[in-house]
Design a protein around this ligand. Structure first.
Ligand SMILES: [Zn+2]
Length: 359
């Protein structure tokens, strides 16, 4: 499975740039910008743990995910820093997982907190994408994520910044950070303004808040075309059936969760598939947990009994739901279908005689 799966061209639609920074790069950037790290970067990532066991607590220190996320953000200061981490994210995606297209979410207000302007971030990321296109033959777009823990006014200011500094790669706005602290209703105006400006829209919803209401608000009031996570909609059969009717794509991730919630999340994704919902698989914050997109597919195969036909549909959904132009999308589609044809009977045979993985 690994080799066939690895060779298939993939999209990653839900991946945060800050969550892609290599530990070795973080070490260098922290030194250059004089940001003290509480531990050497190579040890730091292994210390991100939202739920240490009682035994592990005594072997601290442990750091909350969002604290490390902010810390990495504070080490990115110059356009070249953003270009470098973008290029490395695209390079790692390709070599580790066969990812040929990513939609990288940036966190402009995290950087603004360190006096780094939106234009510096976006231009740097654009440079990294241009470099990767030439050197690696991969492509990417950018989602400017609104931090839902910020005020509605700062969300509006971000949308205005995006429209004042048009960059072709920046095609969408998103909504992330803690869902419990920032309900989507607060950002209706910012999302409407983004829609009027021709930006695509997505949001993290149904990840932390038990219930389907946030997902509906994001789809109907914020105008989101797809949803990041969304597991909690399973609590409401009427919403499940509505999302199935609309063919909404949920950009799920199997690993990037508190460890104690991981089994529930994985069972939820299996249930979403069984309920006929469309999903795409994604790496989310691959360096911080750590995982890779190929690993997410392996987990789905091993723990969720993902069938070859389901894996192919997931890969197709990742292209259908992408926020790129039709030409790019058609190119991705062509690349995937010809790889699937090439894998041919070997790919179909995965559901038979592979340790019962096709259950
Ligand atoms: Zn995310």
């Amino acid at each position: 499975m690994s080799q066939i799966l690895l060779a298939l061209p993939k999209t990653d639609l839900h991946v945060h740039l800050i969550g892609c920074v290599r530990a070795s790069t973080l070490e260098e950037l922290a030194a250059r910008h004089g940001v003290p790290l509480p531990l050497p970067a190579s040890d730091l990532y292994a210390r991100i743990n939202s739920d240490p066991t009682p035994e592990e607590s005594g072997r601290g220190p442990w750091f909350p995910l969002l604290r490390i996320y902010e810390l990495i953000g504070s080490c990115l200061r110059e356009r070249e820093d953003f270009a470098r981490v973008t290029y490395e994210a695209l390079e790692d995606g390709l070599t580790e997982s066969g990812t040929v297209y990513q939609e990288l979410a940036i966190s402009p207000t995290v950087h603004l907190g360190h006096k780094v302007a939106y234009a510096t971030v976006a231009r740097g990321v654009q440079m990294g994408i241009e470099h990767a296109r030439e050197a690696l033959g991969v492509d990417a777009r950018v989602i400017a994520a609104i931090n839902r823990e910020d005020s509605p006014a700062s969300a509006l200011a971000l949308v205005d910044e995006i429209t004042r500094n048009p960059i072709p790669e920046v095609v969408a706005v998103g909504l992330d950070f803690d869902e419990r602290k920032g309900p989507p209703q607060r950002f209706i105006e910012a999302f409407r303004r983004a829609g009027t400006a021709g930006l695509h829209r997505t949001a993290h919803a149904g990840e932390h808040v038990a219930g389907a209401a946030n997902v509906l608000t994001c789809l109907d009031e914020l105008g989101c075309e797809r949803i990041d996570h969304g597991y909690h909609i399973l609590r409401d059969p009427a919403v499940v059936s509505e999302c199935r009717r609309r063919r909404t794509v949920f950009n799920v991730a199997l690993t990037t969760s508190r460890r104690t919630l991981r089994p529930w999340r994985r069972e939820s994704v299996r249930e979403m598939l069984d309920q006929g919902l469309r999903i795409s698989l994604n790496s989310d914050d691959p360096k911080l947990f750590p995982t890779t997109l190929a690993n997410e597919f392996e987990i789905a195969r091993r723990d969720l009994g993902l069938r070859a036909s389901e894996a192919a549909d997931i890969l197709r959904n990742g292209i259908d739901a992408a926020f790129c132009d039709k030409r790019t999308s058609a190119g991705l589609s062509q690349r995937l279908e010809s790889a699937l044809r090439e894998a041919g009977s070997e790919w179909e045979a995965l559901d038979h005689g592979n340790g019962g993985a096709g259950a």
